[in-house]
Design a protein around this ligand. Structure first.
Ligand SMILES: [Zn+2]
Length: 264
């Protein structure tokens, strides 16, 4: 059964019972509260693992950490971040936006050459993408996947939805595309490098081994650039002092990042 149909169908059933059966209205209302709460939680928080299984953090014993960068590549900051990562000898995972990848293919090639992992973060980073259903969702993600494949020569298999939202269609859509969903458990909530106050908290993130850290290689406000890079450098220094070993998300979770697709 279509999962969205099930959820909205059962919600509609509860609403109908509320209207048509006034004598049991209070029972219906009590049932509906956790039902709606779980539904909303499943949509807004990948950690719920409710509509899709998401890789959030690794409880293993090693000092490996997943550094992830969303919303790029950006011609004004991604190369600086790649320089910084190279200086520290850190590996990271870049969840790239399809249309930005198409506009900056050289940055994706450099990510690969530097030993990083390239993954998908939707085609246009539209919030609406999270509300697409069935085939429309598959088409959107597949288009982003194809752009990356054409640039790096391998089909990316890791996906992070915009803003980390899920819906009942995301799991089946990713299964059709052979992709896995990756979330995170550590973030400064910088809103894609928009909130300066939160950018200033990046260096003090309490990163622990096994964590997946969400950072952004986007620059919506040019004046934030120096602070973003300074904060990242401080964070990386602290991680190095703590003997942490940033690795690609594929290595952190022992999952496959690409499918080499000769047939195209
Ligand atoms: Zn994003």
């Amino acid at each position: 059964m279509n999962p969205l149909l099930f959820w909205f169908g059962s919600l509609a059933g509860l609403a109908a019972a509320f209207v048509l059966l006034p004598e049991v209205r209070w029972i219906v209302a009590i049932l509906a509260v956790p039902y709606v709460a779980v539904f909303v939680w499943g949509i807004v928080d990948l950690r719920s693992n409710f509509f899709v299984r998401a890789y959030i953090h690794n409880k293993g014993e090693s000092f490996a950490v997943g550094l992830t960068f969303d919303d790029g590549p950006d011609e004004n900051i991604t190369a600086d971040i790649l320089d910084l990562l190279k200086r520290f000898g850190f590996r990271a995972t870049f969840f790239v936006v399809g249309v930005k990848a198409r506009a900056n293919p050289q940055l994706l090639k450099r990510m690969i050459a530097d030993g990083h992992v390239v993954a998908c973060h939707d085609l246009t980073h539209s919030l609406l993408s999270n509300f697409r259903l069935g085939n429309a969702m598959v088409r959107d993600i597949a288009a982003a996947q194809a752009i990356v494949r054409d640039i790096i020569g391998a089909k990316p298999l890791l996906y992070r939805p915009p803003v980390g939202m899920a819906n009942p269609h995301l799991g089946p859509a990713l299964a059709r595309l052979g992709m896995k969903c990756v979330g995170w458990n550590r973030s400064a909530r910088d809103a894609g490098n928009r909130r300066l106050g939160n950018i200033r908290r990046i260096s003090s993130l309490a990163v622990k081994p096994g964590d997946v850290v969400l950072l952004h290689d986007s620059l919506p406000v040019a004046a934030h650039k120096a602070e973003i890079l300074a904060q990242m450098e401080l964070l990386f220094s602290r991680m190095r002092d703590a003997k942490m070993v940033p690795v690609g998300i594929n290595d952190l979770f022992d999952i496959t990042a690409y499918k080499v697709d000769n047939a195209r």
